[in-house]
Design a protein. Structure first.
Length: 278
């Protein structure tokens, strides 16, 4: 067993022909497991422990198999926070941060009741809970595995104004009980070309029939569960703005607004619940 760190730097370099970013990600991995930045920068020929060798070998095996670095490290960044992740939940994306930022912009009242639908790792709900500790936040998911991961993150961040609920979307929610519903639901079609790059992430959190069924089901339930004047906010796919707008209108929402353009596309949409249909 080779205990020279230089050997593994060379291995990463050799693999870079087929794995473009492996040297960069190997440096990031080493930093995450406590190897000094100076050692990494100088590619020092450091002797490493058997425990570190095992971790490094696992990195190379997992990386070559295509497992995302966030899963290898069990760590992902979202806003200014760090979350535990594993293959039971999606890896948080930077564009999803816009949901939290927009909700902060809403400046909703103290003690408002907020629900994050399909919470996964809990990154949206937990981030909001830490930024707005005066809110009462619920987070639902149908997946027990996802709720287990979200529980780890609640404990890690010591959040005490949030509760997890096992539920199919908003099926647990009472009529006119919520001030805000937010969701990054599954929105890819089963034949979406992007899925080949997401093979290690939970498909149930990515794929929805026709790509829009999740929006329809959540919107229908949210219109009933929201208080008058409450809001709903979705992340959606790059090409889904018109479809999601139509779904919200059909469910009774008005004054629907698309979020800012990201790389030429709208990626979130929100609307107030301004009327009731009886």
């Amino acid at each position: 067993m080779n205990s020279s760190l230089k050997f593994y730097f060379d291995q990463a370099q050799n693999l870079s022909i087929d794995h473009q970013w492996i040297s960069r990600d190997f440096d990031f991995f080493l930093n995450a497991i406590g190897i000094a930045s100076t050692t990494i920068a100088l590619k020092d020929d450091l002797e490493i422990s058997s425990e570190t060798i095992s971790s490094v070998n696992n990195f190379f095996t997992s990386y070559v198999e295509g497992i995302p670095l966030d899963y290898i490290l069990n760590t992902s960044s979202f806003l200014d926070f760090t979350f535990y992740v594993d293959p039971r939940v999606l890896i948080p994306r930077p564009e999803t941060e816009l949901i939290v930022e927009k909700v902060i912009d809403f400046a909703i009242n103290k003690n408002a009741v907020v629900l994050d639908v399909g919470t996964g790792s809990g990154c949206i709900a937990i981030s909001l809970a830490m930024l707005r500790p005066d809110l009462k936040i619920f987070a639902s998911d149908i997946s027990s595995d996802a709720l287990d991961v979200a529980t780890i993150n609640i404990q890690n961040h010591q959040v005490n104004n949030m509760q997890l609920i096992k539920s199919n979307w908003l099926s647990y929610a009472k009529t006119e009980s919520l001030d805000l519903v937010m969701s990054n639901p599954p929105y890819l079609k089963s034949d979406d070309m992007h899925l080949k790059n997401l093979a290690h992430e939970p498909q149930s959190a990515l794929v929805s029939p026709k790509g829009t069924k999740s929006f329809l089901e959540i919107s229908q339930q949210a219109f009933i569960a929201l208080k008058h004047g409450g809001r709903i906010i979705f992340e959606h796919g790059f090409s889904q703005r018109l479809e999601v707008t139509a779904i919200l209108k059909d469910c009774g929402f008005k004054n629907i607004i698309s979020g800012p353009v990201l790389q030429g596309f709208y990626i979130f949409i929100y609307a107030p619940q301004t009327c009731k249909i009886f």
